[in-house]
Design a protein around this ligand. Structure first.
Ligand code: NDP
Length: 242
C-alpha cells in the first residue's frame, strides 16, 4: 500500500490508535500534534511514525505542515480530522475564549486541514476524508455548548463536502464516538464517570480507542467507496441516531 494517511492529533488517545491501525493496514502515516512534545516523542519512538507539530486552528500552519509532509512522504490521500479539545462550562459562564478555542480547533480545523489536500485529491480522483465528530454533536450535551456546536458542525461539513467529492471518487464520512477511555474522558471527575456516564452506556463500559481506529481503517479502504456523507456511530448503544 503506497497511500499516505495524515492523522491530526495523531499522537495521543484516539488519534494515536488511528495512526497505529492505519500503519498496520499498510499506509504510510504522518501524525500531527499541537504541542505535547513529550507524548509525541514517546509515540514516535514507540511506533516509528513521523510526527509533525502545528495547530490545526491556524490555516497557514496547516498549509505549511501539509506541504512538508507531502514533500517527505507524497500526496495525502487519506485525511483523518481527529484533533479536538474541550473547554467545558455551563453556558452562562462560558467565555468567548472558550467558545473560540473549541470552534477554532474542532470545526475550523476541518476546513484548515481539508482545504490544502482537496485539490490534490480531486486531481488524482481519489481521496478519503474521515472526520471524528462526537455523540455530543448528535444529541447535544449540557456544559458543552461550544463542543456540541462544533461537533454538529463537523457533520454538516461532512455531508456537504461529500456531495462535492462524490464525482471525483473522494468520500467524506464522520465517526461519532461515544465515551472513549482517553485523557479527554479521564479529565471528567471519576464520580461523574461512574455514577452518571457509564450507567447511560448500555454495554456498561467506556469504548477503547482501538474500536474507533477500526472504523477509520474500514472507511479509508477501497472497499468503503460507496459510503460517503455518512455518520458512523460507535457509542456502546448510548444514543441511537435516526
Ligand atoms: P486527546 O485529548 O486524548 O488527544 C487530542 C489530540 O489532539 C492530541 O494529539 C493533541 O495534541 C491534538 N490536538 C488538540 N488540539 C490540537 C490543535 N489545535 N492542533 C493540532 N492537534 C491538536 O483526545 P481524544 O483522543 O479523546 O479525542 C480525539 C478526538 O475524538 C477529538 O476530536 C474528540 O473531540 C473526539 N471524541 C473523543 C471522545 C472521547 O470520549 N475521548 C468522544 C467523542 C469524540 P497534543 O498531544 O500536542 O496536545
Amino acid at each position: 500500500m503506497d497511500r499516505v494517511a495524515l492523522v491530526s492529533g495523531g499522537t495521543r488517545g484516539i488519534g494515536a490508535a488511528i495512526s497505529v491501525a492505519l500503519k498496520a493496514a499498510g499506509y504510510r502515516v504522518a501524525a500531527n500534534f499541537a504541542g505535547n512534545e513529550e507524548k509525541a516523542k514517546a509515540f514516535h519512538d514507540e511506533t516509528g511514525i513521523p510526527v509533525f507539530k502545528w495547530d490545526v486552528s491556524d490555516y497557514h500552519a496547516c498549509v505549511e505542515g501539509i506541504a512538508e509532509i507531502e514533500t517527505a512522504l507524497g500526496p495525502v490521500e487519506i485525511l483523518v480530522n481527529n484533533a479536538g479539545i474541550t473547554r467545558d462550562g455551563m453556558f452562562h459562564k462560558l467565555t468567548p475564549e472558550q467558545w473560540n478555542e473549541v470552534i477554532g480547533t474542532n470545526l475550523t480545523g476541518l476546513f484548515n486541514m481539508t482545504h490544502p489536500v482537496w485539490s490534490g485529491m480531486r486531481d488524482r480522483s481519489f481521496g478519503r476524508v474521515i472526520n471524528i465528530s462526537s455523540i455530543n454533536g448528535q444529541k447535544g450535551q449540557m456544559g458543552q455548548v461550544n463542543y456540541s456546536a462544533a461537533k454538529a458542525g463537523d457533520l454538516g461539513f461532512t455531508k456537504a463536502l461529500a456531495q462535492e467529492g462524490a464525482a471525483k471518487n473522494i468520500t467524506v464520512n464522520a465517526i461519532c464516538p461515544g465515551y472513549i477511555a482517553t485523557e479527554m474522558v479521564r479529565a471528567v471527575p471519576e464520580k461523574v464517570l461512574n455514577e452518571r456516564i457509564i450507567p447511560q452506556i448500555p454495554v456498561g463500559r467506556l469504548g477503547e480507542p482501538e474500536e474507533i481506529a477500526r472504523c477509520v481503517v474500514f472507511l479509508a479502504s477501497d472497499e468503503a467507496g460507496f459510503i460517503t456523507g455518512s455518520t458512523l456511530t460507535a457509542n456502546g448503544g448510548q444514543f441511537m441516531a435516526g
